[in-house]
Design a protein around this ligand. Structure first.
Ligand code: ZN
Length: 468
């Protein structure tokens, strides 16, 4: 298995510390808003990598955190806490905001068929571990205290730019050059480990007692502490979006390696963004579509998953409705092929022909080459189109490949036949009938028929089926 390590900018043979176990930390969302489908792409890319590792025989311990405190409106130490901003916007406590958006996030990633994480730590529940780590950094003289905050002193860590390949002397924008207007700060790139409840944060809603005074942790500290607590001091894989390279992950390395005096992460993985008309999808630009908006437009969440399969995680992917429609068509085509080769009973072991085994080998080669999912998807199509492979072999291989793709092909033929849109209409029709509004019920029935489905009433139940 070869993976592209951002730290070395090279494809490297992946060697877990304690094979076959793999420790995998994925920087999760800040839970202050519904995550748009661009964020969902990052989550799905991590899921595809995790599934690929599992497929080739690794045992992955997957951690994805929820940031529910300390992430300011800029990734550097600037602006207000995103959770508190949301808290004011919605007149709910930060805790309620976190729970609300964690619930939406979990529903969405489940609909996208991402496997649940082994651990989902919430940052606010690991403040003790963060304080412990800050103590170590102060004792080792990597951190200093001012009247406003506790900072990491970047000049004490000579590998500070190992990941981002930048030069700190240049005062690069966004590199800890925060608005914390603190004259006691030693270097513009020094970043906050702990904010005191003073100055612009004197009304902070989420604060904790610390040995140095009341306050709240810096965002970068959270991942270092949670990763150490749940996976150990050195881990195999740490992943996030490419936007985390210059600041967030650079700072995580500095803290963790200074505190633990050990290498923090062996392999750093970063996914590229989902774009729309060439720009990064962003809520602030009004282009941050949510999964529920797609469902309202008649798409199945797995159409979006299929769309994600068509681009490599390190490539930008451009979102268009046309591309999503194409993905939907391809997925539906795949389903109809599966319905024709469906096997009621799969033997424990299928005697694959050499031809079929060849496809399986090519599939493994694709995912073992830095998770080339688009290539692996091409192997799937070549497999189903090959006339020299028996339906049983095809069906067996498809279910195997789907352990990586996650398109729920194993649920066939029972679940995929009726699209959500049709189910929804059927429910609305039943409601209308219950209210004895037969005109509306009949209109909805016609709509269902126009979309190619028949609805048949059976006593109080109804039954939908595709027209022949
Ligand atoms: Zn993180």
């Amino acid at each position: 298995m070869k993976l592209y390590n951002t730290l070395t900018r090279r494809l490297e043979e992946f060697q877990p510390i304690n094979s076959p176990h793999v420790s995998f930390y994925h920087c999760g969302p800040t839970v202050y808003w519904t995550q748009h489908i661009g964020n969902m792409r990052g989550m799905t890319m991590a899921d595809l990598i995790r599934r690929s590792l599992t497929y080739v025989g690794y045992n992955v311990n997957f951690v994805r955190n929820y940031t529910d405190v300390g992430h300011l409106t800029s990734d550097a130490d600037e602006g207000e806490d995103k959770m508190e901003k949301a808290s004011r916007r919605e007149k709910l406590s930060p805790d309620k905001i976190a729970q609300k958006y964690i619930d939406i996030f979990e529903k969405d990633i489940t609909l996208l068929n991402n496997l649940p994480a082994n651990h989902n730590p919430r940052a606010s529940q690991y403040v003790t571990e963060m304080i412990e780590m800050i103590k170590i950094l102060i004792n080792k003289k990597h951190a200093y205290i001012t009247s406003q905050a506790i900072y990491f002193n970047v000049s004490t860590f000579s590998y500070y730019n190992a990941l981002n390949k930048q030069k700190i002397d240049l005062n690069i924008k966004g590199m800890g050059k925060g608005k914390v207007d603190d004259h006691e700060k030693k270097h513009p790139a020094d970043f906050v480990l702990w904010f005191f409840k003073v100055g612009e944060y004197k009304n902070a809603l989420q604060t904790w007692q610390s040995p140095w005074g009341k306050g709240f942790p810096g965002w970068h500290m959270e991942c270092s502490a949670m990763s150490k607590k749940l996976l150990g001091e050195t881990i195999d894989i740490h992943m996030g979006g490419i936007e985390h390279i210059p600041v967030h992950h650079t700072n995580e390395i500095a803290q963790s390696e200074s505190a633990n005096e050990k290498k923090f992460v062996n392999c750093w993985l970063h996914n590229e963004h989902l774009t729309i008309s060439g720009d990064k999808m962003a809520k602030s630009q009004g282009t941050g579509y949510s999964l529920s908006e797609l469902i309202e437009k008649g798409f199945d969440p797995l159409d979006l998953r299929y769309f994600f399969l068509t681009a490599h995680y390190r490539s930008r992917q451009n979102f268009t409705w046309e591309a999503l429609k194409n993905a939907k068509q391809s997925r539906e085509q795949l389903i109809s092929i599966l319905q024709t080769i469906y096997q009621d009973h799969l033997p424990d072991k299928i005697d694959y022909s050499n031809k079929a085994l060849g496809y399986k080998k090519t599939f493994i080669e694709a995912i073992s080459n830095d998770i080339q999912i688009p290539q692996a998807l091409a192997v799937l199509w070549n497999t189903v189109k090959n006339k020299n492979i028996s339906p049983l072999e095809k069906y067996g291989l498809l279910l195997e490949f789907d352990q990586v793709f996650g398109l729920s092909l194993d649920l066939l033929p029972t679940q995929h036949r009726i699209p959500n849109e049709i189910r929804l209409l059927a429910e609305q029709r039943q409601e209308a009938k219950d209210k004895k509004d037969y005109v509306t019920a009949d209109n909805i029935r016609k709509q269902i028929e126009n979309k190619g489905y028949l609805i048949e009433d059976q006593e109080r139940l109804y039954h939908i089926k595709q027209k022949n």
